[in-house]
Design a binder for this molecule. Sequence first.
Ligand code: G3P
Ligand code: CA
Length: 323
Amino acid sequence: MAATILPFPRRNRMTASLPTGHETLVIAHRGASGYLPEHTLAGYAMAHAQEADFLEPDLVLSRDGVPVARHDLTLDETTDARRRFPLRTRRDGKRYAIDFSHAELRQLRARAPQPGRFGLDLDGLSVPSFKEIIGLTRELNRLTGRRVGLYPELKAPAFHAAQGQDLERIVLARLAAEGLLTADADVPVMLQCFDPAALRRLRLDLGCPLPLVQLIDDSPAMAHMVSPSGLDRIAAYADAIGICRHLLEGPGRRAREAHKLVAEAHARHLAVHVWTFRADQDTDPAGTIQRFAALHGVDGVFSDHPDLAKQALRALQGLRTGA
Ligand code: G3P
Ligand code: CA
């Protein structure tokens, strides 16, 4: 039986149950980013309407310390910053969010970076602050009676520290100000990060009570994390691993090995969430998600197409129950 992300009796952390119970979670990757430009309020709202369980904002800071949703530290690929701020580049020719005040970031218009996706340049698609995203989710939960969560990723804490900004502390303070550090919060929150030092700091120094997710990609530098001893270390500060799907399906990877990795994580009470499922880049999108859920027993999937992920998982549930 797959481990579940909540509740966490092991540390008596977040005891609130999720509306989906023990089903595989659908995490809207950068919002419904297969349909609308990533990290926009419109994209998050669409994901909420598509019944995602969690919405994923990637967070970076403005110069004045406001967390905003952007995947990249730079603005060039996902906004019209080149046009609005032609001279505000660093030596590498790029415009960094942290060099702009929040008021300046508010002037930008978001764009979809992937070719073939949303092709209009709309004035209404701004770069949202974390506060705005919380407000939107909270209000949509109130209106729909659902309890959709937020699953923010802290992007590059070490880069922010080198720029004199404390990303972990600032995000935690925003969550505290919004009343989201309690088990009965109207918007459940899990925090994810690639940087183990930042997660340890959140847990051990800053006393973060929320579920923490160690992200792991398929680079050689992170391979040690999926070894038994690596998982032991992660289990000391985190509650889940969020892994690149190639770690379960990469070249030469046998189903048995993938199953073993998930089982070893579960044995340490670490839930397993996998990224990223994109219906426009998979030959069999529904079948792929069903395979990860049924064969490997993963606990959550990040998808650019939350509606299709949800459909695939519901169909799988129907097969299991004969409904
Ligand atoms: O956070 C999980 C996954 O989103 C990590 O990849 O690059 O899309 O943030 P990225
Ligand atoms: Ca992310």
